[in-house]
Write a protein of this length. Structure first.
Length: 391
């Protein structure tokens, strides 16, 4: 709704009265376009593109609202599978080299394990979010002991492989947020109790997990040893900032844009064009800056005071609700487990947004929407019949 307000054309008398639009108003006067109706967004086309991009997470929200609680929880293996698929493509990209044929975008981080994304940081953010998801996947009881062991084995195998995959992405933010992801997974994981509620499966499906876990651990350590030499994230962590990765300067200039265009901001989808107005001459290169590489700052620049109020109010809501989920709600209840997991994943995305823009990608937008559903689902008291056995 806020984005829509920024793309609706306004009368010239209203638009030109805004002090933050003086530069554009002067251009209109010189070009003889004083009577043209314009929206608040400095780049109307970018504003409409931003509005169109929001229909992907909106579709997820509308779809998720129609699902039963059990079906909603079944989306967790889907997300884990999606992340594992992206990691698998990243592994093949790292093995194929800079000129490999598995990169899906013309502008991308060649030589890095970007997976299904174009940006190494976005790929790493999804991989880090898998840590708390895997902890919940291994914790939630299935009712069958052997099936529970399989889930634990699968979760352990993916978690072991995730560590070297995040290292070879070359993402420094992924390396840092992985600490948050691992701590969150440790806080979430609870070994399912071996009580009578867990029945044994048929004999032909029974497995011994200890030898398999040992095999997976050895294979994972071998994988880690082979690829640790290619841990680009560690190399970049201690390397000096290059001219193309000078985020501190980007943020300083973006902060200036926030002050100039306060209180309404430049509008959604307008950052690249607005940055050119304030861009210093020593920043002029053949490429352009598409984002502020800090989504918190860019949201302030784009939406000004309304954006600030939304972020502050939701930040307060997030902290208050997280406190209630961890301190006051029934921990073993499945809806609470999923809500806590979603809260940790949301925190990972929020921290990753301090140095990049993961929520500008359709995939992470949709995952974020589903996380929001889980995060706000713990208050529902009615459980379906199949859910009651998992309390």
């Amino acid at each position: 709704a806020l984005v829509l307000l920024y793309v609706v054309p306004l009368p010239p008398s209203v638009w030109q009265a805004l002090s933050s639009r003086q530069v554009a108003t002067e251009i209109d006067q010189i070009a003889g376009l004083e009577t043209v109706w314009r929206p608040l967004a400095l780049s109307p086309a970018g504003g409409w593109q931003t509005l169109a991009s929001l229909f992907a997470p909106l579709a997820v929200l509308l779809f998720a609202f129609q699902l039963s609680r059990d079906d909603l929880y079944r989306m967790l293996p889907v997300l884990i599978g999606l992340g594992a698929l992206s990691g698998l493509f990243g592994l093949m990209q790292a093995a194929g080299g800079v000129d490999g044929s598995l990169y899906f975008y013309r502008i991308t981080n060649k030589g890095s394990a970007v997976g299904l994304f174009a940006n190494r940081n976005h790929a790493a953010t999804l991989l880090v979010c898998l840590f708390p998801m895997l902890a919940v996947f291994a914790t939630v009881r299935t009712g069958v002991r052997d099936r529970q062991k399989v889930r634990q084995l699968v979760a352990a195998a993916i978690a072991i492989v995730l560590v070297p995959l995040i290292l070879v992405t070359g993402s420094r933010s992924g390396l840092l947020t992985s600490v948050l992801g691992l701590l969150g997974a440790a806080a979430l994981y609870r070994h399912p109790p071996a009580d009578r509620a867990l029945r044994r499966g048929q004999a032909k499906f029974q497995i011994r997990t200890a030898p398999l876990i040992a095999i997976v651990a050895v294979a994972g350590l071998g994988f880690l040893t082979v690829f640790f030499a290619r841990a680009e994230a560690i190399d970049r962590m201690f390397a000096a900032a290059s001219d193309g990765d000078n985020r501190n300067n980007f943020w300083a200039i973006s902060n200036g844009l926030f002050q100039v265009y306060f209180p309404w901001g430049i509008g959604p989808g307008s950052f690249a064009d607005a940055f050119k107005i304030a861009e210093p001459t020593d920043f002029l290169v053949p490429t352009y800056l598409n984002r502020a590489h800090n989504d918190w700052i860019e949201t302030l620049v784009a939406f000004g005071l309304p954006g600030l109020l939304i972020m502050v109010s939701y930040g307060y809501y997030y902290v208050r609700r997280s406190y209630a989920m961890w301190r006051k709600m029934d921990g073993p209840r499945r809806s609470v487990i999923f809500a806590r997991m979603a809260g940790i994943a949301l925190a990972i995305i929020a921290v990753a947004s301090l140095s990049d823009y993961p929520l500008r990608t359709p995939t992470l937008m949709c995952i974020f929407a589903l996380l929001m559903i889980w995060f706000n689902d713990a208050d529902r008291q009615a459980e379906s019949a199949s859910s009651s056995s998992n309390k």
